[in-house]
Design a protein around this ligand. Structure first.
Ligand SMILES: *Cc1c(COP(=O)(O)O)cnc(C)c1O
Length: 373
């Protein structure tokens, strides 16, 4: 049998290996302010890539979200509106600040937070809205920014999955008030573990740099709550190389997803992912949805694909508001989110990452056809 086609697989070449070796030989592995030479270089390149005034490198996507919330002075009595159909880290970052996550439902076609559902969830205590670019598709930011700014709330975009995405001619990272990226091993580009925060607001950026290194404005002078969220020089060196390769990674993801759609869209039993007019998907995940009689067979279909060497995977089987901690301790007991819960039962994702070749796409599509027949 052929090797398992993984759902995502990092692309590491000799350039990355050389870059890391250089750091190790240089002896500069990190910097106490979080601003070593490679980190500064990576930040400069990243801010240019997304077209934002500032980029602040951190140790993970979760650190990016938590630091973003700390930098806007979220307090215990505050509330943050966010989708439940996301990776738990989005909500955990809110819970870590002591604020209350308020979960919103999704749009059934894009799987991202539905702007019309936000208004009804706002209160005097709403301090921020976290919009998530699920599967790599940019969320509809303009109406969210309008609602938020009307209520003096900040829009934080969780772009952990959408490096290279475009919203109405603007690169993701330059649209929301604050945008958080992840460079975890499976993401569109990776530093092993790592993250980046971009913002046009210079005040947020300087606060973020303080939060990133223990809240110290100067050595031994803590002026606000912070943590060690610094990026290492090794990670930054990896990031510089990966950022250069990102356009070619994204092209391959796009080629694979277009081929997949060509082969699956005639099927009728599946809803293939959409790319609304004016938006550019980053194709982090190619997520399909079962309809009709097939909907109840999702897990069987995923198991069948797995037995054929295709790591089809469900993101996310348990929406955050239904996970034990959120259901039992954070007041989500009675919460129901119909579109979120339906999607969680019907979707699964297929491999389209850069190491998937055209023959793999055809193999995957053929097996999806058989499994759903
Ligand atoms: C990966 C991911 C995160 C967390 O990023 P880490 O770098 O793993 O901490 C947050 N939100 C979403 C939507 C993600 O996919």
């Amino acid at each position: 049998m052929k090797d398992m086609i993984k759902i995502n697989d990092p692309c590491i070449g000799k350039e990355e290996i050389e870059a890391v070796e250089e750091v190790l030989k240089s002896g500069i592995l990190t910097d106490k302010s979080g601003m070593g030479p490679r980190v500064l270089d990576f930040e400069r390149r990243y801010s240019k890539y997304v077209g934002a005034r500032n980029a602040v490198a951190v140790s993970s996507g979760t650190a990016a979200l938590h630091a973003a919330l700390l930098s806007i002075d979220i307090k215990h009595e505050d509330e943050v509106v966010l989708p439940s159909f996301t990776f738990a880290a989005t909500a955990n970052a809110v819970a870590l600040t002591g604020a209350t996550p308020v979960f919103a439902d999704i749009d059934k076609d894009t799987y991202t937070i539905k702007p019309e559902t936000i208004e009804g969830l706002l209160s005097r205590n709403t301090k921020a809205i976290i919009a998530v670019d699920l599967y790599g598709l940019p969320v509809d930011l303009d109406p969210i920014l309008e609602i938020a700014h009307h209520h003096d709330a900040v829009v934080i975009e969780d772009a952990a999955q959408s490096h290279g995405g475009v919203y109405k001619n603007r690169a993701i990272g330059s649209v929301a008030d604050i945008t958080c990226f992840s460079f975890y091993g499976t993401k569109n580009m990776t530093t092993g573990e790592g993250g980046m925060i971009t913002t046009d607001d210079d005040d947020y950026a300087s606060t973020l740099r303080i939060v990133r290194t223990h809240g110290e404005e100067r050595p031994h002078s803590v002026t606000r709550l912070g943590c060690n969220y610094r990026m290492s020089e090794i990670a930054a060196a990896l990031g510089i190389v990966q950022l250069e390769k990102l356009p070619s990674f994204l092209e391959k993801r796009r080629r694979n997803s277009e081929m997949m759609t060509q082969q699956l869209s005639t099927l009728g039993k599946l809803v293939v992912p959409m790319e609304p007019e004016g938006l550019k998907h980053s194709w982090y995940l190619y997520t399909v949805r079962l309809r009709g009689a097939n909907a109840g067979k999702r897990n069987k279909i995923v198991d069948r694909l797995e037995s054929k060497g295709i790591a089809a995977t469900v993101y996310y089987e348990n929406p955050v508001h239904l996970q034990p901690m959120y259901r039992e301790t954070i007041g989500q007991k009675k919460k129901t989110l119909p579109e979120t819960e339906k999607a969680a039962r019907q979707v699964f994702s297929l491999p389209i990452h850069p190491k998937v070749c055209p023959e793999d796409v055809t193999y995957i599509a053929e097996n999806v056809k058989k499994a759903t027949a």
